[in-house]
Design a protein around this ligand. Structure first.
Ligand SMILES: Nc1nc2c(ncn2[C@@H]2O[C@H](COP(=O)(O)OP(=O)(O)OP(=O)(O)O)[C@@H](O)[C@H]2O)c(=O)[nH]1
Ligand SMILES: [K+]
Ligand SMILES: [Mg+2]
Length: 431
């Protein structure tokens, strides 16, 4: 018999309202035990909740019942909307755990049941995890699309296309005595596979963008010592996150600040000033500074004299600093005074343009490394299936079957247990 799960599904207490969720075969019995009545499906009822053992009223709140399978988990689900006090919630949780067949849910266990009951495929579960974690507008949009099945639907279309091409290839094998018919259906199949390959490649090309939006863009501030890098970081962060001093070589460790720019999550890095130095600690700072700048999506090269960045950072956005002291801005540079704030708006607009360019407007289809890898495998098999098999069409059919399998892995139709275990452990309890 399946356990009935319960957990606090809303956030940290105390809060205005706390939502407890119950899912499983005993959900209706649990509501009856605590509330005395079972509200009609999907209609909120206000009433008292009492401890079934003592009859003592524990709280008054809203009670909802969603009979399965038309519920979030596919099982009978109940929601209790209580006053969000710690003692209130603790008392109701205690009363629930005393009921037969009920136990506290583990992290992500409601979602795991939804997946087991066919409510969500693996890609949609990943979307849900991303939605709960989303901090920027772009992350929210992308996660919502994934959770709502945007990727799953597209993969299903691809899968249908592959399976129909496979049917043609198999028909060609059956007709191999009549070489005319056989050659024609094979050509038709290959043409379909070629079109599908283009679609898969387009989604793959766009995957880097999806992963970037999900992870957030990395913007590194680089430049010689004393350029005013930490001063700019503090201004953009709106707080004194980094130490500023007139001493060149102040910053050594890489400092991270999280911002939202043009709807994109951005990690802004302050780094050590680049120079030759015999100080071992500073030298390590310089090494890290260069490494992080080279790996960043956008580099700001700050300099108060207008010297060019090293070749590795030639693509940087060039920023002439301290224009309050000397306003000669080289051509193609943005001039700022991080101290007074002059020119910082222009720099921020430029960063917003970069964020727009890198993140795009429409949500990407592929947003995780796992999804990208599965799609890469599918594309690889599809490329192979387009080869010349010298009449051995059964080999072509096998490559198409492997491509289908990779798509099945992408949305979790096969081989999902390991992925699910790792994924659900990232969920919070009550989700
Ligand atoms: N006049 C003027 N001084 C500035 C400006 N920005 C920073 N400074 C000064 O320049 C000095 C160095 O500033 P920091 O922000 O520490 O420079 P940094 O690039 O982080 O330096 P390191 O971490 O040592 O590489 C400090 O004395 C700042 O007050 C500016 O816009 N105008
Ligand atoms: K400094
Ligand atoms: Mg600094």
């Amino acid at each position: 018999m399946t356990d009935t799960l319960f957990a606090l599904s809303s956030g940290r207490l105390p809060a205005g309202v706390a939502v407890l969720r119950i899912s499983g075969p005993e959900a209706a019995a649990a509501v009856l035990a605590l509330c005395g009545v079972l509200p009609p499906p999907r209609v909120a009822r206000y009433g008292a909740l009492s401890d079934p053992r003592t009859g003592e009223t524990l709280d008054r709140g809203l009670i909802l019942f969603f009979p399965g399978p038309a519920s979030a988990t596919g099982e009978d689900v109940a929601e209790l909307h209580l006053h969000g006090g710690r003692a209130v919630v603790a008392a109701v949780l205690r009363a629930l755990s005393a009921l037969p067949g009920l136990r506290p849910a583990e992290a992500g266990e409601f979602t795991r049941r939804a997946h087991a009951n066919g409510k969500l495929d693996l890609a949609e579960v990943e979307g849900l995890a991303d939605l709960v974690a989303a901090e920027s507008e772009a992350q929210r949009k992308q996660a919502l699309a994934l959770a709502s099945g945007a990727l799953s639907r597209r993969v299903e279309e691809w899968r249908v296309g592959l399976v129909s091409a496979l049917a043609l290839i198999e028909a060609g094998i059956d007709f191999s005595d009549e070489s005319d018919v056989s050659g024609e259906v094979t050509m038709d199949a290959v043409a379909r596979l070629a079109r599908l390959k283009e679609e898969l490649l387009a989604a793959l090309t766009d995957a880097a963008r999806g992963e970037r939006v999900r992870d957030g863009l990395v913007v590194a501030i680089s430049g010689p010592p004393n350029a005013g890098k930490s001063t700019l970081l503090n201004r953009l962060a709106g707080r004194e996150a980094a130490i500023v001093s007139a001493l060149p070589g102040t910053t050594r460790d890489v400092l991270e600040v999280h911002l939202e720019l043009a709807g994109q999550a951005v990690t802004l890095l302050d780094t050590a000033g680049l120079r030759e130095t015999s100080d071992l600690v500073e030298a390590e700072g310089v090494r890290r500074a260069l490494a992080r700048a080279e790996g960043a999506d956008v580099v700001l090269w700050l300099c108060d004299t207008g010297s060019q960045p090293p070749p590795a950072l030639a693509h940087a956005v060039k920023v002439r600093t301290k224009i309050d002291r000397d306003a000669a801005i080289p051509l193609g540079w943005i001039g700022i005074s991080a101290a007074s704030g002059a020119g910082v708006d222009t720099l921020v607009s430029r960063l917003e343009q970069e964020a727009d360019r890198l993140g795009g407007r429409e949500p990407a289809l592929i947003t995780r490394e796992r999804q990208r890898r599965a799609l890469e495998v599918a594309t690889l098999h599809l490329e192979r299936a387009l080869g010349d098999f010298g009449g051995h069409e059964e080999l072509r059919a096998e490559d198409v079957r492997l491509a289908v399998r990779a798509l099945d892995q992408l949305i979790g139709r096969v081989d999902v247990e390991d992925v699910l275990d790792a994924l659900f452990s990232t969920f919070c309890i009550g989700k």
